[in-house]
Design a protein around this ligand. Structure first.
Ligand SMILES: [Fe+2]
Ligand SMILES: [Fe+2]
Length: 217
């Protein structure tokens, strides 16, 4: 990996995202979280690239900018689901500026475009490289931080016991379905299963603990 390229991409990401502090529902901490998440996703994508024999630098750069579409103000969560397609448009001239050729740029942009909902507004090929952008994003989103964030967001500690148990149950079912999600590479598949299995163990233990909270009669 060429350090000057990584630095340019990191600077671009940080500079552009930090301009969005003050957007509706966009605190400084949320923006910093987005940057931190982007560096983690780039690191995961690089690990996959290394194991699968992809160009590590190009993979790192594509994954680092996967959420660059968040430099635009969205009206709602539904509207924000455009951020993959918007991100591809923002990233395309920047990737060209870094010196990648047209087919390399298109593969990177396609990966960014489809990482949200597997759709794109331009044609492209679902290569293992392109799929790795979204795979790495999901692998980070299903790590430990998300467990905390999810429980905090829904104010889990204030829920009545029965609702807490029902939530744990629903989450276990959801995770079992997610576990079967087909990933772009064997390496990502292995990493994904490791994350999901950890979450399954957490929520199974949580459910067991909560279920033992009433009189044994
Ligand atoms: Fe995203
Ligand atoms: Fe993301």
């Amino acid at each position: 990996m060429r350090q000057e390229i990584i630095k340019k991409a990191a600077d671009f990401l940080q500079t552009e995202l930090r301009k969005t502090v003050g957007f509706t529902d966009r605190t400084e901490r949320m923006v910093e979280y987005r940057i931190e998440h982007s560096f983690r996703v780039a690191g995961i994508a690089r690990e996959i690239a290394k194991a699968e024999g992809f160009d590590e630098e190009r993979m790192y750069v594509a994954a680092l900018l996967h959420d660059i579409g968040y430099t635009v103000q969205y009206e709602s969560a539904k509207d924000a689901s455009r951020h993959g397609k918007v991100g591809a448009e923002i990233a395309r001239p920047f990737f060209k500026e870094l010196g990648y050729n047209d087919s390399e740029v298109e593969e990177m942009c396609y990966g960014i475009a489809i990482h949200v909902d597997d759709t794109s507004d331009f044609s492209g090929t679902r290569t293992p490289f392109a799929l790795t952008v979204g795979d790495a994003d999901n692998i980070d989103r299903f790590d430990t931080y998300r467990i905390y964030e999810g429980l905090h967001f829904m104010n889990f500690k204030e829920l009545p016991l029965a609702e807490q148990i029902a939530f744990a149950d629903k989450t276990i079912d959801k995770l079992k379905r997610f576990r079967e999600y087909p990933y772009g590479t064997k390496t990502a598949d292995k990493m994904w299963h490791e994350k999901i299995d950890f979450q399954l163990e957490f929520f199974n233990r949580l459910k067991n603990q909560l279920e033992s909270s009433i009189a044994d009669i």
